[in-house]
Design a protein around this ligand. Sequence first.
Ligand code: ADP
Ligand code: NI
Length: 203
Amino acid sequence: MDHIPIIALAEAYAKDKMKLYDPGHDWWHVLRVRKLSISINMIENIADPLILDLAAILHDVADSKFNNSEAYAELENFLESTGVPGLNDRLPGIIKNVSFSNKNKSGNLSDPVLMVLQDADRLDAIGAIGIARAFSYGSSRNNPIYLPPDEHGAMEPSTVRHFYDKLLRIKDLMNTDTGRKMAGERHKFLDTYLEQFYREWNV
Ligand code: ADP
Ligand code: NI
């Protein structure tokens, strides 16, 4: 199998599909996730590098925040059109399961490509980049930056609440030891950021 044309086709397909997404899900997100996947897999050595790279390139093309359910059929048509046998048996399943928000996971939940890619995608949601992405997504939906808790401690939805709903939980959800180590430093930065945020808020 000649790898280069498949990678180039997938890159062109993903760039086109993602061109109207928010800046937190732009092509740079894909490039960071590809590099993180490669770094994790260099140490873990568990995933087929070509399938991992293709999955990283395509992992957000059917994201339900920006697409309807037809996006998966479209992805399957694209994979079929490459003429590479076997891609449709594996990639759509990995891509469906990588999403944090997908609660209806099915298929091979311990696929090594999924383990590495999901860690890479989650790492890009925490640390300094993760904070930038959260506020970017929040502002694309016109969500408030922060709403202080009511007298019972309940917090209305805001981007700061998203830290508690998702970002601060990520370090305990990592699949690989390498991903877990990488998440530690980024997690600490979230804590530092929130401390400073509240110091400034409560001035
Ligand atoms: P996944 O793509 O794994 O389903 P998400 O789409 O939930 O994960 O997250 C992708 C990015 O969008 C992350 O950086 C995340 O922080 C950001 N994001 C998603 N939902 C929100 C939200 N309600 N407020 C702020 N950022 C969000
Ligand atoms: Ni992603």
